[in-house]
Design a protein around this ligand. Structure first.
Ligand code: IPM
Ligand code: MG
Length: 351
């Protein structure tokens, strides 16, 4: 198994180091090679996605990514900013299917800002389209109008085939779960998502066992807080999925708990925590590495078809939590506050 390891910026290197530690502890036949991306790529090669990094990622079976971004790069030209590196690697590797599971570990029910009875037992799979939508649509840019004032433009676009292939991922996953898909759109206002809804309805004919429902994105944002357990699989476009997955992560106690997989049509994937680079706490050994460790578990499951070792990692995380280990973001009275590296050690010990 060849894995490209891209730690990135901010807390990226420290959380990735913990996931690497966990993978190594499994004694699998893994070859891991590191390369810079994001701000680190810009520092190393003047490009947030250096050619050598892209080549390494293309040649690998899977990519393990930390996070990108730091305020100090905010003044760079847009194409040199860390986020561009992330968006480009998603596009270059054709990673159109982003899976973001929001699962509440029972031990963390009291770490959520919502009442325990609202979130306990929560298990949602958010399927976010990742290579289309307003993130990539043309035309885009900032230009000056004839009257001298500036105008910003982005374009929300989805082709039928893009909608169908992400819909298929969602329906296939639902077949292995509770057979419910909620498609999130804004079909009452946006034609692009009116087409989204039509295609989802057409596709659902092929999945008679799956119950398809539709929800406008504003209502979905509200329902996630009101009664999140009504959801099984949620499928949505790039921008709505970006927003709803951050929201869903807080149901699980902390955004530091939410892993993700970004897959192409052949299950090659890039695995990263759903959270960002948190430059404010970088290098302080306080970040929560569990989302990254759980992303490594997803890598074993989806790219390497190794369900046994995926579950070993997930069970080790559960055990470390049951033993009371907590990073600052999920700490509650009476539990044992540990740093990033110690949390990684606790998971390795639990393995
Ligand atoms: C995410 C992030 C990225 C996104 C940023 C860093 C470009 O928020 O992975 O959710 O918007 O997709
Ligand atoms: Mg996001």
């Amino acid at each position: 198994m060849k894995i490209a390891v891209l730690p990135g910026d901010g807390i990226g290197p420290e959380i990735v180091a913990q996931a690497v530690k966990v993978l190594n502890a499994l004694n699998l036949n893994i070859e891991m090679t590191e390369a810079p991306i994001g701000g680190a790529g810009y520092e190393a090669a003047g490009d947030p996605l250096p050619d050598a990094t892209l080549k390494l990622a293309k040649d690998a079976d899977a990519v393990l990514l930390g996070a990108v971004g730091d305020w100090k790069y905010d003044k760079l030209e847009r194409h040199l900013r860390p986020e561009r590196g992330l968006l480009r690697i998603r596009k270059e590797l054709n990673l159109f299917a982003n899976l973001r599971p929001a699962l509440l570990y029972p031990e963390l029910a009291s770490a959520s800002t919502l009442k325990p009875e609202v979130v306990s037992g929560l298990d949602i799979m958010i399927v976010r389209e990742l290579t289309g939508d307003i993130y990539f649509g043309q035309p885009r840019g900032i230009s000056t109008l004839e009257n001298g004032e500036r105008e910003g433009v982005n374009t929300m676009r989805y082709s039928e085939s893009e909608i169908r292939r992400i819909g298929r991922v969602a329906f296939d996953i639902a077949m292995k779960r509770n057979k419910k898909v909620c498609s999130v759109d804004k079909a009452n206002v946006l034609e692009c998502t009116e087409l989204w809804r039509q295609v989802m309805i057409e596709l659902s004919q092929e999945y008679p066992e799956v119950e398809l429902s539709h929800m406008y994105v504003d209502n979905a944002a509200m329902q996630l807080i009101r009664a999140p357990k009504q959801f099984d699989v949620m499928v949505t476009g790039n921008i709505f999925g970006d927003i709803l997955s951050d929201e869903a992560s807080m149901l699980t106690g902390s955004i530091g708990m939410l892993p993700s997989a970004s897959l192409d049509a052949n299950n090659k994937g890039m695995y990263e925590p759903s959270h960002g680079s948190a430059p404010d706490i970088a290098g302080k050994d306080v970040a929560n590495p569990l989302a990254t460790i759980l992303s490594a578990a997803m890598m074993l499951r989806y790219t390497f078809n190794d369900e046994v070792n995926a579950q070993r990692i997930e069970n080790a995380v559960k055990k470390a939590l049951a033993q009371g280990f907590r990073t600052a973001d999920i700490w509650t009275d009476g539990t044992n506050k540990v740093g990033c590296a110690a949390m990684g050690d606790a998971v390795v010990a639990a393995l």
